[in-house]
Design a protein around this ligand. Structure first.
Ligand code: ATP
Ligand code: MG
Length: 230
């Protein structure tokens, strides 16, 4: 992928089943031009997270193609794809190590200052004071010293450090308290303005600001358009 990636995303006729015969995505197609924001809505189990997983190439489509700037993502190295696409997953994931290491994993060569700047840009710098040993606090899959909401913030900060052209937020604030969510919502406009974003959201304010809303039902897009059109 050239270093000047725009972040044009297109999903073309993607079909996918975790288990043979049970399609979870059915002929999904849409375009997210560079810089645009797409909101995914739809009932639980309708395939929203699965689609985000396809875009990050955690799974490959059974048929159809995901393209970034016209390149089939199957042709990209994991490394170049990871530079372009970051996901704040619904099921937050921390690896064994410190909170700082988890945040800095977003980008090679990132520094502590980048981690702090990422938290600041989310208006969540206070996290450092709340954690028993700040950025040196041990995290990890069994890291009992980090709460669920804190884990989610750490994943969010990791994605901000990555500074990707394409940012995917899958219920990225579902585990944080209302106050924290409001602060992040407030910062979100600035975080998203210069990138392509795919946001799985229930909040009307998020959905309203989307350039396009895709309504999922049983693995299909059943409606799409702007908020005022739906
Ligand atoms: P929610 O709003 O609850 O997050 P969702 O729209 O994100 O739902 P998905 O997580 O994409 O839904 O799940 C879509 C379907 O795929 C569901 O029927 C689910 O049971 C199934 N599914 C999800 N992950 C797996 C998996 N790892 N293995 C098998 N089936 C899965
Ligand atoms: Mg989901």
């Amino acid at each position: 992928l050239p270093s000047t990636v725009q972040g044009d995303l297109s999903v073309e006729n993607v079909t996918f089943a975790y288990e043979p015969g049970r399609n979870v995505l059915r002929d999904i197609s849409f375009d997210a031009p560079a810089g645009s924001m797409i909101a995914l809505v739809g009932e639980t189990g309708s395939g929203k997270s699965t689609l985000t997983n396809m875009i990050a190439r955690y799974y490959l489509p059974d048929s159809g193609v995901v393209r970034i700037d016209g390149y089939d993502i199957r042709q990209l190295t994991s490394r170049s794809l990871a530079k372009v696409v970051s996901v704040v997953p619904q099921q937050n994931f921390l690896f064994t190590g410190t909170v700082g290491e988890n945040i800095l994993a977003g980008r090679e060569g990132a520094t502590i200052e980048d981690a702090i700047a990422a938290l600041r840009s989310l208006d969540c710098e206070w996290l450092l004071d709340d954690l028993p040993e700040g950025l040196d606090t041990q995290a990890g899959s069994r890291g009992g010293r980090v709460s669920l909401g804190q884990r989610q913030l750490i994943c969010f900060a990791r994605a901000v450090v990555a500074d990707p052209r394409i940012l995917i937020l899958d219920e990225a604030t579902s585990a944080v308290d209302t106050m924290t969510e409001m602060r992040i919502q407030h910062s979100l406009g600035r975080l998203l303005e210069s990138r392509t974003s795919i946001v799985v959201a229930h909040r009307l304010s998020t959905i309203k600001s989307a350039d396009q809303i895709l309504v999922f039902d049983h693995g299909r897009i059943v409606e799409h358009g702007k908020h005022q059109d739906l």
